[in-house]
Ligand binder design. Structure first.
Ligand SMILES: Cc1cc2nc3c(=O)[nH]c(=O)nc-3n(C[C@H](O)[C@H](O)[C@H](O)COP(=O)(O)OP(=O)(O)OC[C@H]3O[C@@H](n4cnc5c(N)ncnc54)[C@H](O)[C@@H]3O)c2cc1C
Ligand code: SF4
Length: 317
């Protein structure tokens, strides 16, 4: 690990200003992703700004309905919150499908959204990787690509986003609240938060330099049956091969999001609009632009079958 300097931020505004002022600075929350990347020298920040002392660890009700989840709320606490379990069960289930209890006790809401891909070439500094080193090439294209994207990928990168929580946040139409180094705040709809790789796969989100996430908000609950189904190589402590998050209302309408298939959670408005028509129609819209490799082609029928199973389960209530 490279040497770095360290400070504890006293306020969100101070943290954002310090990040903009200090070259090579990064925020650190639970550290469960960043510290691993630093040990492997994939990320080499010169300065760490510890945000754990900021009072961003509360879950508050929003007047008129909805929840405001502080950026530092731990994954364990978010999954266990009675309001989340009752009104946003898909979020609780997605969180509990991720990592291990020990990791969830440290992992934060903001850090989870910003965790980096699990593409093995990203972690191997001997291999070209456009995300780690822009312009060096993509080893996964034509290489080992079994767990890579089948949707929204580019000639520069076919990595997937690994977060389970982000898939549920996408399904719930969450918004990300931030503060910038000049003190200005803004709200980013989750659909615009993560980016597709294009020719800049190292630019993963809409955040600008020094911008700090302060909270994630959820709109009023939708009701309906909430399901998060994660398919993986072993029953626990593994990232998704694919996942399906769905909310189904009593009249058969609803919404659906996929994980493990793209550089960001995958939602298509036409798929939501066709929910009442059944799984085949929904899958047709979600997978319309799928371009798997020979190794990842199994994900197409896996999505189709998982979706059919999820919607059948939802019908039973
Ligand atoms: C073995 C293992 C298995 C795992 N399995 C799963 C899994 O199955 N599913 C899953 O979804 N996840 C899984 N994870 C990932 C885990 O959920 C993430 O590591 C965790 O959520 C990251 O949160 P953190 O607070 O520790 O982030 P950190 O490591 O502290 O930070 C991650 C990134 O977020 C930035 N950051 C942190 N807070 C802020 C903020 N407020 N504003 C702006 N930037 C910020 C940091 O600068 C850094 O770039 C696994 C991790 C491990 C190590
Ligand atoms: S898929 Fe993306 S992360 Fe993986 S090697 Fe290619 S550029 Fe790197």
């Amino acid at each position: 690990m490279r040497a770095f300097t360290y400070q504890r931020a006293q306020s969100p505004a101070e943290a954002a200003a310090a990040a903009a002022r200090t070259p090579g600075a990064r925020f650190i929350a639970g550290g469960t992703n960043l510290l691993d990347l630093m040990k492997l020298e994939i990320e080499t920040p010169q300065h760490l700004i510890d945000v754990n002392g900021l009072a961003l660890d509360k879950i508050d009700a929003i007047a008129g309905g909805g929840l405001r989840i502080g950026a530092l709320v731990r994954n364990t606490d978010l999954a266990a919150d009675p309001r989340v379990r009752r009104d946003y069960a898909v979020l609780s289930r997605a969180l509990l499908a991720g990592a291990s209890a020990q990791l969830r006790n440290k992992a934060t809401t903001a850090g989870n959204l910003l965790q980096r891909t699990r593409c093995p070439y990203f972690y191997d500094t001997n291999q070209p990787c456009n995300k780690r080193q822009p312009g060096s090439g993509c080893s996964a294209i034509g290489g080992y690509s079994r767990n890579h994207a089948i949707l929204g990928a580019s000639d520069s990168c076919i990595a997937t986003h690994p977060s389970d929580m982000a898939v549920a946040m996408s399904l719930l139409d969450a918004s990300v609240e931030t503060i910038r180094p000049d003190g200005a705040t803004r709200t980013i709809p989750i659909a615009d938060f993560h980016r597709l790789p294009g020719n800049t796969p190292h630019v993963e989100t809409a955040l600008t330099p020094g911008e700090l996430i302060t909270a994630v908000t959820l709109p009023r609950p939708t009701g309906g049956v909430h399901i998060y189904r994660k398919v993986r190589d072993r029953a626990s402590y593994a990232f998704a091969l694919i996942s399906v998050a769905a909310i189904v209302l009593p009249d058969g309408s609803g919404r659906v999001a996929l994980g493990g298939v793209a550089h960001k959670p995958w939602r298509i408005p036409a798929a939501d609009a066709s929910m009442a028509l059944g799984a085949q129609a929904v899958a047709g819209h979600l997978l319309a632009t799928a371009k798997p490799s020979a190794e990842s082609a199994f994900k197409v029928p896996l999505v189709q079958r998982t979706l059919a199973s999820v919607l059948a389960e939802a019908k039973k209530g």
